[in-house]
Design a protein. Structure first.
Length: 279
């Protein structure tokens, strides 16, 4: 049997004090002491490993992982993701000196991205049919469809139907307009010989599916539903790399020792998946 005494790993009062430092008006109810999590992370991981806390709480695990040179992912459904975790981790990046900071010589540095989930794309209408949620603006819908179909959402500056691409020559265009032959003829004229286009729309004129060799037409929400899997035990998600991933250095270079001075602020401000203004 192994006993971890509070002298070694801290106790609830320590944890409360640590939590209070980040939000004194609304102290998180069940925080863990940083020293306790430090011991667990020391035993279970190496520097550079990825630590997942899918119940982030006040963010202690992510805080300690960050100070110990681990990468981390935190998931939290409560409002305290914004009121507690975000400010806490931002202060950690800025070199906060509470908890285990002195013990690990934490000087600040690194960064994190803060994402919020978009609202559900499909909603049931009053007849029980799945329709696109009214919360989605045309831009959000286009971005969502690009993600779903494995395209990078990157609207072209001048060509309206080039909203995203999966390769240099393969484009996606999402619209809620009714698609006519006349409309597609105009696009087909602009498409270069080796370019192809996927058009996601609600409705299109009969007979258009096979009309163009390099234009594919698909109906939403049916194309989304085709991607849903019901009654399966093993879900293999189609995870599309973020465009930023390509800019990241190779893994070995990424896990740099704690910098001596706080690094510039890479902390992404709170926004949702589609950069909607709050409120
Ligand atoms: C006791 S706290 C976790 C403490 C935290 N792991 C730490 O390092 O101190 C549990 C948290 O899980 C969150 N939670 C519960 N169900 C969740 C879910 N389905 N998805 C994300 N977070 C969830 C709660 O809101 C609560 O903040």
């Amino acid at each position: 049997m192994t006993l971890w005494t509070y002298q070694e790993v801290g106790h609830n009062q320590d944890a409360k004090k640590e939590a209070k430092a980040f939000n004194s008006e609304n102290v998180f109810a069940t925080p863990k002491p940083e020293r306790l999590i430090e011991r667990i992370i020391t035993l279970a991981t190496n520097p550079g490993d990825l630590v997942l806390d899918s119940f982030l709480g006040s963010g202690t695990t992510a805080t300690v992982a960050h100070k110990m040179g681990r990468r981390w992912i935190g998931i939290e459904l409560g409002e305290h993701a914004k009121t507690h975790c975000y400010p806490r981790l931002k202060q950690v990046v800025d070199g906060e000196q509470g908890g285990i900071s002195k013990a690990v010589n934490w000087q600040g540095g690194g960064g994190f991205k803060f994402y919020t989930l978009a609202p559900s794309l499909l909603k049931e209408d009053k007849f029980g049919n799945l329709v696109i949620s009214k919360e989605y603006s045309p831009d959000m819908l286009a971005a969502a469809m690009a993600k779903h179909e494995g395209f990078r959402y990157q609207p072209h500056e001048t060509v309206f139907w080039k909203q995203g691409q999966s390769s240099e020559m393969d484009f996606i265009f999402t619209t809620t307009q009714f698609i006519t032959r006349h409309f597609l003829d105009a696009i087909a004229e602009e498409l270069k010989g080796d370019e192809s286009l996927l058009v996601c729309c609600l409705q299109f004129e009969a007979g258009l599916e096979e009309a163009y060799p390099n234009i594919n037409l698909r109906k939403i929400p049916q194309m989304l539903l085709n991607r849903c899997e019901f009654g399966k035990d093993d879900y293999s998600f189609n995870i599309i790399p973020s465009p930023l991933d390509e800019l990241r250095p190779p893994q070995d270079e990424r896990i740099t020792p704690v910098p001596e001075k706080p690094a510039p602020d890479h902390t992404t401000p709170i926004h949702d998946l589609f950069n909607q203004p709050e409120g």
